[in-house]
Ligand binder design. Structure first.
Ligand SMILES: Cc1ncc(COP(=O)(O)O)c(C=O)c1O
Length: 388
């Protein structure tokens, strides 16, 4: 994926009249930093003759499960199918309802739709952008089977409240952990906060492969077993197919690369946290800017640094003109997207989600960004609100 700037442009040039170039992300630099380890992993796998369902995947599954404090991890092809397989394994399907965030990435909704169940949108807590447990209560019906919160932008949803709600109503909790590798809630890691979690290792994630990849984590052995079966044509033994499954396997090369990245995840998350703190310090009280709010029970991993302003589009244009990359996560709430047109949602149905979509802007953040770059972005944002 291209992010609009060549790798050479990464270094912020703040002196003289030079424009500042800060990409929102540059994945090549992640490779560069650990090239020797990635290259060794590549050679090891290529020389092994095993490319699917081999020792690298087994080792990664054990290492990742241990890192989140779950008993099991099952590698799959991507984050969407991780969620889909977890729902399938739980037996959720046509006639069932699953409560999902009204704001966020559409994959979460699609996973529910792809198993034939109905996504029921729930508005977020305004301060955190995460699914609001209080607003979920009136959405629960006799058909509700599960709650599927996203830990959006790298900060966990209020899992203590959601677990209590789910326990009271006999609901299953599936975490969407695509953006929260290493994040904690009351000290417990994302991936072990619900009954199961669907994880994405899409290249730009905090823990990303160099291709599509994903996993399901859970401490429920029967569920893990079922996902393992479903990811491989419903088969545990070659040519014996017990159920109709998918082909959704995490390949050996990706697993080997992920093992390298996993070893560096805590350090890379620390760098993100330092950058987030730098932004918080430099952008506090600037214009109408709303900075990310972190409840005292949450330790986010800053997958994205998302600010809000009523002047979002103008701010984005100002930053683009200065060579600063930004993105909008996400510009169209799922209920207004073409994919859900048939459901008949209209503008105004989820006003908070719609307001979030109109006001959010993601600033550059990532383990390979420099403090100088973060400061340059901070200065450009302040310049915009100062009228410069
Ligand atoms: C919140 C969320 N859920 C699910 C996914 C789906 O993951 P994937 O792209 O690996 O299918 C993503 C990312 O792409 C995501 O950000």
């Amino acid at each position: 994926m291209g992010f609009g700037f060549p790798p050479g442009a990464l270094r912020a040039r703040t002196g003289g009249n030079h424009p500042v170039h800060v990409p929102i992300l540059d994945l090549k630099l992640a490779y560069d930093e650990l090239a020797a380890e990635f290259d060794a992993a590549y050679r090891r796998v290529m020389a092994s003759g095993r490319y699917l369902l081999g020792p690298e995947l087994e080792a990664f599954e054990q290492e990742y499960a241990a890192s989140v404090g779950a008993a099991h991890c099952v590698g799959v092809a991507n984050g969407l199918e991780a969620l889909q397989l977890a729902l399938l394994a739980r037996g959720i399907g046509p006639g069932d309802e699953v409560i999902v965030p009204a704001n966020g990435y559409i994959a979460t909704w699609m996973a529910v739709s792809r198993v034939g169940a109905t996504p029921v949108p729930c508005e977020p807590v305004a301060a955190t952008h995460n699914l609001d447990p209080a607003r979920a209560v009136p959405l629960i019906t006799a058909r509700t089977k599960a709650i599927l919160p996203i830990h959006l932008y790298g900060q966990t949803a209020d899992m203590a409240a959601l677990r209590t709600l789910a326990a009271d109503r006999g609901l299953w909790v599936l975490e969407d952990g695509a953006q929260s590798h290493g994040a904690t809630c009351h000290g417990r890691a994302s991936g072990s906060l619900g009954d199961a979690a669907g994880i994405s290792f899409y290249p730009s994630k905090n823990l990303g492969a160099f291709a599509d990849a994903g996993a399901v984590t859970t401490s429920d052995p029967a569920l893990a077993d079922r996902v393992r079966l479903l990811r491989n044509y419903g088969s545990k033994e070659r040519y014996r197919h017990e159920v109709i499954g998918l082909n959704s396997r995490l390949d050996e090369l990706s697993a080997a690369f992920l093992r390298v990245r996993l070893r560096h995840l805590p350090e890379w998350n620390r760098r993100r946290a330092a950058q987030a703190a730098r932004y918080q310090e430099r952008l506090r009280g600037v214009g109408d800017l709303v900075l990310p709010h972190v409840p005292d029970w949450a330790e986010p991993v800053w997958h994205l640094f998302v600010v809000r302003t009523a002047r979002r589009d103008a701010l984005q244009a100002h930053l683009t003109a200065q060579g600063i990359g930004t993105q909008i996560h996400y510009p169209i709430p799922p209920h207004l997207s073409g994919a859900y047109r048939a459901a008949g949602w209209k503008r105004g149905d989820f006003p908070l989600a719609e307001q979030v979509a109109a006001e959010v802007l993601s600033l550059p953040i990532g383990p390979q960004h420099t403090a100088e770059q973060i400061d340059a972005v901070g200065a450009a944002v302040r310049g915009f609100f100062a009228g410069g």
